[in-house]
Design a protein around this ligand. Structure first.
Ligand code: DGJ
Length: 751
């Protein structure tokens, strides 16, 4: 998989779908040659490389008017010599110099893939699954060593990259800027796809043509954020969901990031991603090392769906870990929207009893069970139960839920503290803060300083005590505010800009400890919904609460965008009540479920308040999800119609079992259209030579063998699925079938 030409120092990483090629430049830096569709290996790729004289630039060697870093494609550019674009690395030395000159020293090929110290990363289980190339470079003035890691996977169209630096000198170094990867594309005829939004409308798909200069997305909020996901793709203008070249960049990191494309004066596009250099620096003392997070690069020639499928497969199998990686995820009911803070044991047991009768498998007790918490003003940090609400404690409640035949899950917000709390009274210095400055609040709460090991130890002890003592199968780990006035009272002045990264390392450390100690617990991450939906979190918590917005129509966009990178098995999706609590929209119960089916399914309402007919409907939904759960979690997902295109009125997607024997198709229409034309939907991923039975969900639920339609895969993919009749003024039907917010689901089975 990795070819090395030791004399010309060219490196070719190759698998069945891609090639990634680079070489050592004449000044010892690393030059980029090619990333894209697999090429034959040849001994010499130097025809991809050019040098020439250009006006008004700077050259590296006296007497040589051709070799300028301004003119060549690079792999990990550093600041200071003849490249004027943004570098991947910028180091400040004690004498004030910011120049570095890392020259190639050696290479090493390793079977498999090494872990990254203290950081989440993709992994292998067998060393045949991947090969890793380590390139070592050395700067003789600072005595710093730079290690670039490149892993090529056998079964995925993926290259992972990361970088680390070690100080072998006797003076401290200050890292101002250290990205995980940088890569120069030969031309700039690309569109940049990003996932941006805000609380309650996370990860909307946005797309723009690259322009000269810098285009970037980033976070300075202390989390990866709901404003921008640490992901972007570069696609050709003609690339669609199904065809054409696309390159994905995703950072395995949950804190402040920068993702940037700089188009230079020769239309070379420098794509880079890593920790946000803004308000970051890291002092590297003698003998110390710094590891940058991993970037996951995907190449696909099968459009955005092809790219997403690579991410989905890799993240499902080689990012998520532990016993829950492969286990069916329980259907849950969460009491947040059902009760908010207003509950007691009786109320919870009442809802749980009803939920059990409907087939729900896990009850999740959300915010409000601890300290004196009856609203969002108090008690974060006081992780002991409120005996007024739960007279038998969490232990008593969890046991009673278990006796009903359900698993029990619990909400925590480990990284936060309320001023009205015993923890804050004892340790006001444990809050992220800057001396002599006021501390802003978010939702009346303050951020604990997870850069301090004693804080992590304290929260670890409190959580472990509860998880040990009670019968808990699931934890929802929430995080409900962004960071402000960032500083730590425990760190010296010159290390204050290290706080956001140290904080995230503290969060990872706590996750690592708890997931190791309680391997049977399923963790779901959450940050006001989806403000920390990133691969860093997925390494520890295989599910994420996608968004606080549970409205079925809003969820179409949110789930469509999220699926660009993240698999359905990670995507928390619940049916909630109407009018919806976020947008007051009233949608049919069937549509709410038809959207939520495409994720890890659950309910977020008081099922005991539903009427008998609704309960029967919910029962059927649950039974159906149980039948299709492995298809949804392990299947290959295709986006078919985008809510971000045209008038956005229609969305469609489908999921197909890897052996193509079964598929589930969802079609959604926001507003009804009078007298609309006949419509068809071209499906994807089926076996063109096989016949499929095609049943709408209602008929499938009534009688699986009562199949009205059979079609070959080729008919369904090339001629399309008949979407049926919509309201035409002559066929008044059910609102659910043809009114506003209607949806249809089809089950396809081979044979
Ligand atoms: C924000 C989460 O996204 C909600 O689901 C809920 O857990 C609340 N926090 C509780 O405070």
């Amino acid at each position: 998989m990795i070819h090395v030409n030791a004399s010309s120092l060219q490196f070719h990483l190759q698998n069945d779908s891609l090639s990634y090629i680079f070489h050592v430049l004449k000044n010892g830096h690393i030059g980029h040659l090619y990333f894209g569709k697999r090429l034959h290996h040849v001994e010499d790729f130097s025809s991809f490389y050019q040098e020439d004289e250009r006006g008004a630039t700077a050259y590296v060697y006296e007497g040589n008017n051709q070799f300028s870093l301004d003119l060549v494609q690079q792999e990990y550019p550093v600041y200071g010599t003849t490249d004027f674009r943004y570098p991947a690395l910028h180091i400040e030395q004690e004498d004030g110099s910011r120049i570095s000159d890392f020259k190639y020293q050696s290479y090493r090929i390793m079977k498999g893939k090494p872990a990254l110290q203290g950081l989440p990363a993709t992994y292998v289980e067998d060393e045949q699954e991947a090969e890793t190339l380590e390139i070592t470079l050395y700067d003789e003035v600072t005595n710093a060593q730079l290690r670039l890691l490149y892993t090529v996977f056998t079964d995925y169209g993926v290259i992972t990259r990361s970088a680390s630096i070690s100080n072998h000198g006797n003076k401290p170094l200050n890292i101002n800027h250290m990205l995980s990867c940088s890569l120069d594309f030969f031309d700039a005829n690309y569109e940049m796809v990003q996932l941006s939004g805000s609380w309650s409308r996370e990860r909307h798909v946005k797309c723009r043509a690259l322009q000269s200069g810098v285009q970037s997305i980033s976070s300075t909020r202390g989390t990866s954020s709901s404003q921008h996901n640490p992901f972007f793709a570069l696609k050709r203008p003609e690339t669609t969901e199904d065809t054409g070249d696309v390159y994905g960049f995703n950072l395995v990191y949950s804190g402040n990031f920068l993702a940037q494309v700089e188009v230079d004066h020769y239309d070379v596009a420098r794509a880079s991603i890593g920790i946000n250099p803004f308000d970051f620096s890291w002092t590297l003392e003698e003998g110390e090392s710094f590891q940058a997070p991993e970037a996951v690069l995907v190449y696909s020639d099968q459009g955005l769906n092809g790219m997403s499928q690579q991410y989905h497969g890799l993240y499902r199998h080689r990012l998520a870990r532990g016993m829950w990686r492969n286990k069916p995820r329980p259907i849950l009911i969460n009491n947040w929207e059902a009760t908010y803070f207003d509950f007691n044991e009786d109320k919870i047991l009442h809802i749980a009893t009803e939920a059990k009768a409907l087939g729900i498998e896990l009850f999740v007790l959300d915010d409000g069970w601890f300290g004196q918490r009856n609203d969002d003003k108090t008690s974060l940090g006081d992780w002991f139960e409120n005996k007024n609400k739960l007279p038998n404690g969490l232990k008593g409640l969890s046991e009673k839920i278990n006796q009903l035949g359900m698993q029990f899950g619990l909400w925590f917000e480990p990284e936060m503290v309320s001023k009205v709390s015993e923890l804050y009274e004892t340790h006001p210095e444990w809050v992220i803060q800057v001396a002599n400055r006021a501390c802003s609040h978010g939702r009346n709460q303050y951020v604990l300083d997870f850069s301090r090991p004693e804080v992590v130890n304290y929260i670890d002890e409190k959580m472990a005590h509860i998880l040990q003592d009670c019968s808990i199968h699931y934890v929802k780990w929430d995080m409900n505010r962004y960071m402000t006035e960032i500083g730590s009272l425990a760190l010296p002045a010159h290390r204050q800009k290290e706080v956001p990264h140290r904080y995230i390392l503290g969060v990872y450390e706590l996750y690592e400890r708890l997931t190791t100690r309680f391997p049977h617990i399923l963790f779901e991450s959450c940050a006001s919904g989806g403000a920390r939906y990133d691969p860093g979190m997925l390494y520890y918590a295989p599910q994420t609460w996608t968004s606080d917005d549970t409205d079925a129509v809003e969820r179409l966009k949110i789930q469509y965008g999220t699926s660009m990178v993240y698999p359905l098995s990670s995507l928390g999706a619940h049916v909630s009540e109407v009018p919806n609590h976020q947008v007051m929209r009233v949608t049919p119960l069937s549509t709410r479920a038809n959207v939520a089916f495409f994720g890890t399914f659950g309910y977020e309402l008081d099922v005991s308040k539903m009427n008998e007919q609704e309960k029967q409907q919910v029962k059927a939904q649950i039974a159906f999800y149980k039948q299709c759960r492995s298809l949804i979690h392990d299947g290959v997902f295709y986006r078919l119609r985008s809510p971000f295109e045209g008038d956005g009125n229609e969305t469609a997607w489908m999921v197909v079992l890897p052996d193509q024997s079964m598929a589930l198709v969802g079609h959604y229409q926001v507003l009804a259209k009078p007298n609309d034309g006949f419509k068809r939907l071209c499906l994807r991923g089926l076996d063109k030579d096989q016949r499929y039975s095609v049943q709408q969900l209602d008929s499938y639920l009534k009688n699986k063998s009562n199949v009205e339609h059979h079609h070959y895969g080729d008919e369904l993919m090339y001629a399309g699925l008949n979407l049926g009749i919509s309201f035409s003024g002559t066929n008044p039907g059910l609102v659910e079938d043809s009114g506003d917010f209607c949806s249809k689901l089809w089950v396809l089975q081979k044979g």
